[in-house]
Design a binder for this molecule. Structure first.
Ligand code: SF4
Ligand code: SF4
Length: 305
C-alpha cells in the first residue's frame, strides 16, 4: 500500500507584508523563488511518487498568481488535491475577489486557506478576509480561516469578528520560532496530553526538504528535521526517509510527551511546554538527540503502557 503523502510547497518565501509573528523568516524578508519549470517537473514527479495533496505556502503565493494558477492546474491534471495559503491582500473588493476565486476554481483549486491574526491585520484590512470567505461560500470553493492566536484577551475581538460574520475558522497557536521567538509568552499548563504530531513535510524554494513545515530550518543545532535537497536526492527517497525515520515515527505515534518522560523530563516540566517548544527541547539539542537515537529501538520504543 502506498503511504499518504502530502507536502507544503514553498514556491517562494517572498511576502508583501511583514507580520511580527512570522515563522517563515527571521529579521530580513525572504526573497527566494523556485524556478517555474523546475516547480512543474517537481509536481509531476510528486504525482508519480503518489503525493496526493500539495499546499502552496511559505511567503505569499498570490504574488506569483499566474505561476500558481498553472501549478494548481498541473495538480488537477495529476489528481493532486491543491490548497493555497494566503494573507488575502488581494481581496480588496467583493467584485474583484469573486473574479479571482472563479479563476482559481477554473484552474482546479481544491481549497483556499486564509491566514488571519492580530499581526496579519496590522497590514491587511480584515474585511478582505470576509470578502474572500464569502466568495468561496458563494461559489462553493472549500475554504477555512487559520486564526493564529496566542490565546490572550487581545485576540477576543478578532475572534468575535469571525463569529459575527459566521465564517469557518480554526484557532492555531502561535509558533515561537522565527520572528516570534523573541515574544514574551505566558507559561501554559496543559493536562498530560501525548503531543503527537503528524509532521507534514515542507519543500523550500531552494529545493531543501524538511520533515516538518512549521519548524523547517529552525532546529539548526542538530538539523534534525532536514531531509535533503532535490538537487542531490530524489523526491521518493526523501519521502521514504521521512516515513521510515524511527524518531519521526515515534513523534507521530508515541508522541513527544512520552519521549520526554523517557528521557528524564519531570512530568511537572512537560505540562508547561507547548508542543513545538517541547519538540525543540528534545531534538534541537545534540545531547538529547544522541540519547534518543541510541534508545530509539530499545528503551524508548518500550516506554509504553
Ligand atoms: S505570516 Fe504569512 S503573511 Fe505574514 S509575513 Fe509571514 S508569510 Fe507573510
Ligand atoms: S511538534 Fe515538532 S515536528 Fe511537529 S510541527 Fe512542531 S516542531 Fe514540527
Amino acid at each position: 500500500m502506498n503511504p499518504v503523502r502530502q507536502i507544503a510547497f514553498g514556491y517562494s518565501t517572498q511576502c508583501n507584508i511583514r507580520c511580527g509573528h512570522c515563522v517563515a523568516s527571521e529579521a530580513s524578508p525572504g526573497t527566494a523563488k523556485m524556478d517555474f519549470d523546475r516547480a512543474k517537473d517537481i509536481i509531476q514527479e510528486m504525482a508519480r511518487c503518489h503525493v496526493t495533496g500539495i499546499s502552496f505556502t511559505a511567503g505569499e503565493p498570490f504574488l506569483f498568481f499566474d505561476d500558481i494558477c498553472k501549478l494548481i492546474q498541473l495538480c488537477r491534471e495529476n489528481g493532486i488535491y491543491s490548497r493555497i495559503v494566503t494573507n488575502g491582500y488581494w481581496a480588496k473588493t467583493q467584485e474583484h475577489t469573486d473574479r479571482v476565486v472563479l479563476e482559481l476554481m477554473s484552474n482546479g483549486l481544491s481549497q483556499l486557506r486564509l491566514s488571519y491574526s492580530r499581526w496579519h491585520q496590522q497590514h491587511i484590512n480584515r474585511e478582505n478576509i470576509v470578502h474572500a470567505a464569502l466568495s468561496c461560500k458563494k461559489h462553493d470553493l472549500d475554504y477555512f480561516i487559520s486564526f493564529v492566536t496566542d490565546f490572550s484577551e487581545k485576540d477576543d475581538s478578532f475572534e468575535q469578528f469571525l463569529r459575527g460574520h459566521h465564517l469557518k475558522f480554526f484557532p492555531e497557536p502561535v509558533i515561537y520560532f522565527g520572528r516570534a521567538s523573541e515574544f514574551d509568552r505566558q507559561r501554559v499548563f496543559t493536562d498530560y496530553r501525548p503531543n503527537v504530531c503528524s509532521m507534514n513535510p515542507y519543500l523550500s524554494p531552494e529545493l531543501d526538504m524538511f520533515a516538518c513545515c512549521d519548524a523547517a530550518n529552525h532546529f539548526l543545532k542538530t538539523d534534525f528535521l532536514y531531509l535533503g535537497n532535490l538537487r542531490n536526492d530524489n523526491i521518493d527517497a526523501l519521502f521514504w526517509k521521512s516515513e521510515t525515520h524511527v524518531l519521526y515515527h515515534l513523534i507521530r505515534t508515541m508522541g513527544l510527551t512520552n519521549m520526554a518522560s523517557c528521557l528524564g523530563f519531570k512530568a511537572r516540566e512537560i505540562v508547561q511546554y507547548r508542543k513545538c517548544e517541547l519538540c525543540e527541547k528534545l531534538f534541537n539539542s545534540k545531547e538529547n538527540l544522541c540519547i534518543l537515537t541510541k534508545s530509539a529501538t530499545s528503551d524508548l520504543i518500550n516506554w509504553r503502557r
